[in-house]
Design a protein around this ligand. Sequence first.
Ligand code: SF4
Length: 457
Amino acid sequence: MRQEEKFKLEIQKKIAEIDFRQHIGASLVNLESRRKDSLSCFNNLELAKLRAAYTKWKVNENLDKFLIDFEGSIVRKGGKVIWAYDISNAQNEVLQIIQKQKAEKIIRSKSILAEEIELDSFLNSKGINHHLADVSDYILKQTKKTPYNFITPTIEDSFSDVKNKLNQSIRVSLDADENEMLSDIKEELRSEFFHADLAITGANFLIADSGLVAISEDSGAARLSFAFAKTHIVLAGIDQIIPGLNELDLFLSLYSTHSKGKVLQSFSTITGPRERDDFDGPTEFIVILIDNGRSEVLASQDQRQALSCIDCGACNNVCPVYKTIGGNQTYLQHQSGPIGQVIQPLKAGLDNFGFLSNHTTFCGKCTEVCPVNIDIHNHLLRNRRDFVNQGFASKGDKLAWYSWNKLMLSRKNLNRQTTLRNFTFKSFFKKDWGEEREFPKIVEKTFNQIWREQKGL
Ligand code: SF4
């Protein structure tokens, strides 16, 4: 089945689930209101966003230089950088490290790149057992779900649903409140941290001038994962670079406020492998820098701004389409919502994923909230333009829009009988509307008739 057909089927399923939509809608509204409240910590938010956007622009324009600087800084401290061109390249690099280190107890904390390269299923297919350090990943495993999105992976299920499922697997009490349930899960996870010999984490920011890796997290799971392990692998995208430590406070503040509505979320900065006087920390420190289509985005001069994304998810929470049709599963990828609709067609090809850019209202709310001022809705328009210019629009689509254009520009056609107008409307849109919802009917009178009546003409 083509990607577009899969996407439309998922949409039709999601929009028919009224309870699901109400639950997700309320949760996203709550998240958005926390984001707005937390913004009062900025003296001048617009200036902060401008500074962040300018810094990211500078990085994108000189990415080769910043990446080499980062690699040099890591190597000087005894760490290693591996460059991975695509998903299978990145998966195999992780596998080789595990095999070389003869690692038996592997722990992985939350990482958007691990999702992108489908690391869990790859390691399982190779018979490599690994533990998940993060509470949300643990819940997803127990409930047999995939992440709804990166910031709030378990948002799809209500607290009582999760509790019921965990009651069956790890005997969480049905009377437990949220804190008690979390503490039961953490108890389950704790021993895995102490015995891990290899840790895999993600990264939020890679700092070019000092070779530091910054991870922003609520739970401390990433920090605990690599505290005891002998080997630490960091999975990062080549677009996660910032120039120096001076910029880290700005980016961490923008990330915390825009992702979880927190003034400052706890974070760890990793300096490299253990040094002679250190009590703990890994002896092997390896950063895998993953491209996986990012160079394609960089190559497009008028679209490369999309690489500035810091994965805060704020654009999702305000998007009327995202709120209605669901998360990663609907969007068929790990990065859903407006920025996913911009980036995925650029990374994986307009021919396969160009259709994603059509599913938007162009309200511009995504652009308004983006902390790094990405012009998201205009990038969607550019994708549409390139999709048509590169000849990917189907003959059926071209014919449909040609006819629609003719119809809408003709007063005579618009004034035709309602039954005829309803028939035409249905012929264009009924298939995409789906079977589950009642198809809307066009009003009896045309705009032209109403206007004439009101003016007494
Ligand atoms: S595009 Fe902007 S708002 Fe959306 S996830 Fe990226 S940084 Fe956040």
